[in-house]
Design a protein around this ligand. Structure first.
Ligand SMILES: [Fe+2]
Length: 213
């Protein structure tokens, strides 16, 4: 799950230099800036960092989204499944964050993206389990395609990370597909494999309070 608010990577903004430590004072400002302002600070930044930061922010929102869905569930088993996916989103976000920080990319505060995820979850509050899955599937398919495309733009050293991001999105698709096929006993297998078998340990990061709405 990525829940992208705006795709820097879809425009010239993807090349923005504001992510670089060379311009730390610009970072917070441009997050609320117009596209025109963003393009004015466009020079010199590697677009793949913008793409990975987009992905990171989407994972933060995704964790909030699944956490909120879990809290909305009357059925404990459904809540458990959403919580597992929230854990996967956090795991992916932590991996992205660790690499971005190591590369000198400034990481924005998570609260706006967390709140964005909570807002998305509200749209699912009235849906039944299959209705929620039905609604989710095309979104996840779209993210898989976007992440696959993103891989082709990654430098060699960042490709494994990008592939990992894509793999987790495929695990979400697999979850929804198996649930819809009444194979819920196996639906989390791919997600759990990523959580359990990935050789890189997650990096702790501060979380906001876990209130939902
Ligand atoms: Fe995700």
């Amino acid at each position: 799950m990525a829940i992208a608010p705006r795709r820097y990577s879809d425009s010239k903004i993807a090349d923005a230099s504001f992510l670089s430590q060379r311009h730390p004072c610009l970072h917070d400002a441009v997050y609320n800036a117009s596209p025109q302002v963003l393009m004015e600070v466009d020079a010199g930044m590697q677009s793949y960092f913008a793409e990975l930061l987009d992905a990171y922010r989407g994972e933060v929102a995704g964790e909030a989204f699944f956490t909120a869905l879990a809290q909305q569930m009357a059925e404990p088993e459904h809540a458990r499944k959403w919580r597992t996916l929230a854990r996967l989103e956090q795991f992916v976000a932590n991996r992205l964050r660790a690499v971005l920080e190591a590369e000198g990319v400034r990481i924005p505060a998570i609260e706006p993206d967390w709140q964005r995820g909570l807002r998305s979850a509200k749209e699912y509050a009235a849906l039944s389990w299959p209705e929620a899955l039905d609604r989710l599937l095309p979104e996840l398919d779209r993210y898989v395609r976007e992440f696959e495309a993103s891989e082709s733009r990654m430098p060699k050293n960042l490709l494994p990370l990008a592939q990992f991001v894509t793999a987790h999105e495929r695990a979400l698709v697999e979850f929804v597909t198996l649930e819809l096929a009444q194979q819920g006993a196996d639906s989390l297998a791919a997600a759990l494999r990523l959580l359990e078998e990935n050789p890189l340990a997650p990096v702790e990061r501060p979380l906001p309070k876990k209130s939902t709405m």
